[in-house]
Design a protein around this ligand. Structure first.
Ligand SMILES: Cc1cc2nc3c(=O)[nH]c(=O)nc-3n(C[C@H](O)[C@H](O)[C@H](O)COP(=O)(O)OP(=O)(O)OC[C@H]3O[C@@H](n4cnc5c(N)ncnc54)[C@H](O)[C@@H]3O)c2cc1C
Length: 404
């Protein structure tokens, strides 16, 4: 089966030339970013500044969200143009969602789906142009898997909501501009009908953030103490937060799709070419080659899941279990690949870099494998959602929530 696009229309061919030349210019001297997978950057390193700058430059051209209209910070282009940008960026190991991590990949489509016209025009451009950083603030201290059991209260008072409560385990080490969060707007209301979704400016009085230095990197506790949030920051309307949350989680949990794949395997190959055991490079050891082949097979399988979900999302083809299927595979494959790295590298895979910052290196890949099974809801939640979307054990088959 040939997955390659055989003939691009002339305008897309021209666009590819333009993007390719522009990126070559931007990346000159930074080609090593090929080795930087997914969303990790270190604040104190040159790489952080470079990636943030690159995201801003792409954003200024509307290229981070190319298919969105210009008034929302996009470029008014087509999915074909988006494919060009994704594939050209991937030549450097990057993808549009993760040139620099700002949560835009989730927040922007949720705003497209649930925001009012006024909210889209005001909130989207700084997000889609990567000018600001948003934190995903969902988990509460009493338990995160049951997201609907939200205890943080937001009670309407005139034109504002008064927010009180606490969230925990919120990931990110860069200061937030906004807190993207679920709140309980009607404490007496029925489950799933008593929630609201707020896009809260992080500098409002009454918000306190405390870093938690954990094995999985820096997480945060966020406290809301009588925080007065203007009602214009309510997304999706009164007591409609569960639907907004469902869109958010579908996008976070694999439903967004992707064109590229983590280039970690290329780094493994390079490591095995450079490091010797018994006078021979590791790459010449048949057992090591077998393990690398297993990593490659799983990453390519993952890439197909990602690409299929990307296609279904943009072609508007409903796929009830596509997102969670990708997510379950991705998280378990990551765990297996962590074990494979230990098989190849031995102790090196455990001691190279013990930083609490999420620097993507082999040690972090190994360390984060088990923790990633918990992040954004546990693997048990995935299994549950998978079963419901397949229609197992219930009279009705659950649909996937609407995305953008
Ligand atoms: C790396 C990482 C990054 C994270 N980033 C963020 C972030 O950016 N923002 C954010 O808000 N949160 C974040 N989290 C928190 C994450 O969403 C929660 O850890 C997750 O939702 C699970 O919640 P919990 O830890 O409270 O465990 P619990 O929900 O208390 O679960 C504990 C155990 O009980 C099981 N369990 C729970 N409920 C049930 C049930 N009804 N039936 C059967 N079994 C059940 C679970 O499967 C699990 O095994 C992050 C977590 C990690 C590890």
């Amino acid at each position: 089966m040939d997955f390659n696009v055989s003939a691009e229309p002339p305008n897309v061919v021209e666009f590819r030339k333009e993007v390719s030349a522009w990126l070559a210019e931007q990346m000159r001297g930074h080609e090593h970013l090929r080795w930087s997978a997914s969303w990790s950057t270190r604040e104190d390193e040159k790489e952080y500044k470079f990636r943030r700058g690159l995201a801003e430059k792409l954003g200024a051209k509307g290229w981070l969200f190319p298919i969105y209209p210009e008034e929302y910070g996009g470029a008014g282009l087509t999915v074909d143009h988006q494919m060009v940008l994704e594939t050209e960026l991937f030549k450097y190991g990057l993808n549009l969602s993760h040139v620099f991590y700002t949560l835009a990949r989730i927040v922007a489509p949720v705003l497209i789906r649930w925001g009012t016209e006024e909210q889209k025009r005001e909130f989207l451009p700084p997000i889609t142009r990567a000018e600001i950083c948003v934190w995903q603030v969902l988990t509460e201290p009493h338990g995160g898997s049951d997201v609907a059991n939200c205890q943080t209260k937001a009670i309407r008072d005139g034109d504002d909501y008064i927010v009180n409560g606490q969230k925990v385990m919120v990931g990110h080490h860069l200061p937030p501009d906004y807190l993207w969060t679920l709140v309980c707007t009607n404490p007496q209301g029925k489950r799933h009908e008593n929630l609201g979704w707020l896009h809260i400016p992080a500098n409002l009085p009454g918000i306190t953030i405390q870093h938690m230095y954990l094995m999985m990197g820096i997480k945060n506790a966020v406290f809301f103490d009588n925080v007065r949030v203007p009602a214009k920051y309510l997304i999706g309307g009164e007591n409609n937060g569960w639907k907004v949350a469902s869109t958010h989680m579908e996008l976070e949990h694999g439903g967004d799709g992707r064109v590229s794949v983590d280039p970690v395997v290329e780094r493994v190959v390079e490591y095995c070419q450079k490091n010797h055991v018994g006078g021979k490079p590791l790459i010449e050891d048949d057992k090591v080659r077998d393990v690398i082949a297993d990593i490659m097979i799983e990453l390519n399988t993952l890439r197909r899941f990602n690409q299929r979900n990307f296609w279904h999302r943009f072609a508007k083809i409903p796929h009830p279990y596509g997102g969670v299927q990708q997510r379950y595979f991705q998280r378990t494959a990551r765990l297996r690949n962590g074990e494979r790295l230990q098989q190849i590298m031995g102790a090196d895979a455990l001691v190279q870099d013990l930083s609490v910052h999420e620097v993507v290196d082999f040690e972090y890949c190994v360390r984060s494998g088990p923790g990633q099974l918990h992040g954004g809801g546990t693997l048990d939640t995935d299994r549950l959602i998978f079963a419901r979307r397949l229609g197992l054990g219930r009279p009705t088959q659950e649909k996937a929530p609407e995305t953008d």
